[in-house]
Design a protein around this ligand. Structure first.
Ligand SMILES: *Cc1c(COP(=O)(O)O)cnc(C)c1O
Length: 484
């Protein structure tokens, strides 16, 4: 097939007089529109026949790399496979057609699903109660910090103006703390990637509202000193926040609530297998330990004594609303279906399998790639580029070359702890054959770097786009056709 034929912009296919539509004129009554509302020129739309449109967009759709087209080991993003049955359920018109203003009486099933998911997440996280309202992980962090703010407010403790965040944290942590009105205080990591407890202790005082931790942390290491950290944080009167965006390795193995965390969020769009990337949609439910439930936002779904479900919008001590309705409902359906289809036993296998896969890949490559932090890792790990740096092949080059070999690149240049970070998260949904193929590709790149570095440095060679200027694209995005 000559893909290039259909690879042009849709406007470049335009040919005057061609079309692929037939508007049903007669079903609309004759309505006289005011003259000044009528357009005088012809709209600048492409004139194309139906087969061209279909081929154009079908080809375009395959220019993108997705978890349905190949292995996607994007560290910190948990790009696991998204079972298609979840999509079918979410698209069910009986659910998709509901209106958020419908009286609770008419949506009992939908509310039951919502309530079940809240309850399942509370069980998985070891928390007292969850809200499903937030639309993303970062939104969950903001909500969680607002809960913490409401808690300190309820005790007339206004001196707590700062939040402590480790230097290895996801960038959303300091950003959310700042948006919530807090000053951010950074705490250092030890050489093994875990939190420096002495540095943390020296920063804990009556001005600290909360400490935000990610566990396993961003380099895939389990924070072994959580009990001591929790004790120190609580002794200082602060609350402990758990960034559970990637709860994957913990599923069914350990619960943040049992570790002493007070507030947490979970990304349903990572751990619970709802598709993400390209900006959404997501959901970042927030859980709180017993005693903090009253501060969760409205609206909430509750179960009444007679076994019915109701929406509460006016709980007085709640921090208010953080979303217009109950949240991203289709994401809830998919997460709910995912948990129920795995069952408790299946959910408990996710963490160990994700951990096994990550360690398998790590061990198969560590003779060629620099492993700055000794394993075993949890669900992900970080290489600091190739061991042999003499060839000048960088992490960016390796990531680009992987695209030629049919794999999505890992996360690169994050975390900032190392210069050449290459952060790999295979997830539990990959077969051994896929992992072996990825390992072979990574080994091949290391060999190419030694024997023919130019081929790696000039990659990718076979992709529809080669090396777009990310910075320019972010600063000056072109979001429309030039001459329209
Ligand atoms: C992805 C992620 C976030 C942010 O989640 P969004 O849904 O992208 O806002 C926060 N923390 C960690 C550790 C993450 O991996």
């Amino acid at each position: 097939m000559n893909r290039k034929l259909y690879d042009k912009l849709i406007f470049d296919h335009s040919c005057p007089g061609r079309g692929g539509y037939d508007l049903p004129h007669r079903i609309y009554p004759d309505v006289k529109l005011p003259e000044d509302l009528l357009r005088t020129d012809t709209p600048a739309l492409p004139e194309v026949d139906e087969p061209t449109v279909v081929r154009h967009y079908t080809n375009q759709s395959t220019n993108n790399f997705g978890v349905d087209t190949g292995f996607y080991p994007l560290g910190s993003c948990t790009m696991k496979y998204n079972p298609k049955i979840n999509e079918a359920l979410a698209a069910n018109p009986a659910i998709a057609g509901l209106h958020p203003h419908q009286p609770a009486d008419t949506v009992q099933g939908a509310l039951q699903l919502y309530y079940m998911l809240q309850t399942m997440l509370s069980e998985i996280g070891g928390m007292g109660e969850f809200t499903l309202n937030p639309f993303a992980g970062a939104h969950g962090e903001l909500t969680g910090l607002m809960v913490i703010h409401a808690y300190h407010d309820s005790r007339d403790d206004a001196a707590r103006t700062k939040v402590i965040v480790p230097d290895s944290a996801h960038g959303t942590n300091p950003a959310s703390a700042a948006v919530a009105g807090y000053e951010v205080v950074e705490v250092k990591s030890l050489p093994d990637g875990t939190v420096d407890l002495d540095d943390l202790r020296s920063k804990l005082d009556g001005t600290i509202a909360a400490v935000m931790l990610t566990n396993p942390n961003t380099v895939g290491m389990f924070e072994r000193r959580i009990p001591e950290i929790a004790e120190a944080v609580h002794a200082a009167g602060a609350l402990l926040y758990y960034d559970g965006a990637n709860l994957n390795p913990m599923l069914g193995v350990a619960r943040p609530g049992d570790m002493g965390f007070d507030v947490m969020h979970i990304n349903l769009h990572k751990t619970f297998s709802t598709p993400h990337g390209g900006g959404g949609p997501g959901a970042g439910p927030v859980g709180v330990r017993k005693g903090l439930e009253e501060f969760l936002p409205n609206p909430r779904v509750v179960k009444t004594d007679d076994g019915r479900y109701d929406i509460i919008t006016d709980s007085p001590s709640a921090l208010g609303r953080i979303s217009s309705w109950l949240g991203n409902y289709t994401v809830f359906i998919k997460a709910w279906a995912y948990i129920l289809s795995l069952g408790a036993n299946g959910v408990a296998k996710v963490g160990p399998l994700a951990t096994l896969n990550a360690n398998y890949v790590m061990h198969a490559l560590r003779d060629l790639y620099l492993l700055p932090i000794e394993g075993p890792c949890k669900h992900e790990f970080v290489f600091d580029g190739l061991i042999d740096k003499s060839t000048g092949v960088t992490t960016l080059n390796i990531a680009k070359r992987l695209l030629d070999l049919g794999f999505h690149a890992p996360t690169i240049y994050f975390p900032l702890l190392f210069h050449e970070s290459l952060m790999i998260e295979p997830t539990e949904t990959e077969s051994r054959e896929t992992l072996d193929a990825f390992i072979a590709a990574m080994r091949r790149i290391a060999q190419e770097a030694a024997e023919n570095p130019e081929i790696v440095k000039t990659a990718p060679h076979d992709t529809p786009a080669r090396r777009p200027d990310d910075t320019e694209a972010a600063l000056h995005p072109k979001v429309k056709f030039a001459d329209l």
